[in-house]
Design a protein around this ligand. Sequence first.
Ligand code: FMN
Length: 181
Amino acid sequence: MKAFPLDRAFQFIEPGPTILLSTSYKGKSNLMTLSWSTVIDFTPIFGCILSPGDYTFEILKKTKECVIAIPTVDLLRTVVDIGNCSGIDTDKYTRFKLTAIKGKYVNAPLVKECLANIECKVIDTSMTGKYGLFVMEGLKAWYDKTRKEQRTIHANGDGTFKVDGRTRDLREKMTKWTSII
Ligand SMILES: Cc1cc2nc3c(=O)[nH]c(=O)nc-3n(C[C@H](O)[C@H](O)[C@H](O)COP(=O)(O)O)c2cc1C
């Protein structure tokens, strides 16, 4: 083993798929790319880390709702482009030819071209100032199982990405966790 830069150590802790956060404020919808997210519990509660420099940061603080959209590898270039421009001066749904669909519980739209969408409300902003952490509760989940491409994108944090591989089925070993299988 050799020393590894501490500020790159996060790359070993798989941050889950790179997602799009869809928001809406005063009739204007926006998207940002986000790789720093986590599941907090099964109910489900999620955590997302946003920089205060992101336009979405302000919108989430105001509206307290969003959609977590899960893109697949066919959208990778678009996902990177969405994360390299701002909703302040760009209508990203139009620019990237993405289709906004109305959800059930929140004003933020679902993204039709994504594999899955989760409507969320922000339930805790107590660590937003210190860590940029928004804690969200999922209200409704949508999944396009007819989609041929199902492989999600996983950011390495330096502009390179891993793509989902094979699924390995070890359900018979999950004896302690039968209620979630
Ligand atoms: C692959 C990728 C991952 C990103 N992950 C995050 C993240 O986890 N948190 C964050 O605040 N910004 C992240 N960004 C940067 C935002 O997507 C970027 O600042 C974006 O322009 C914000 O859009 P907005 O100003 O319209 O909100 C990421 C960008 C890319 C390309």
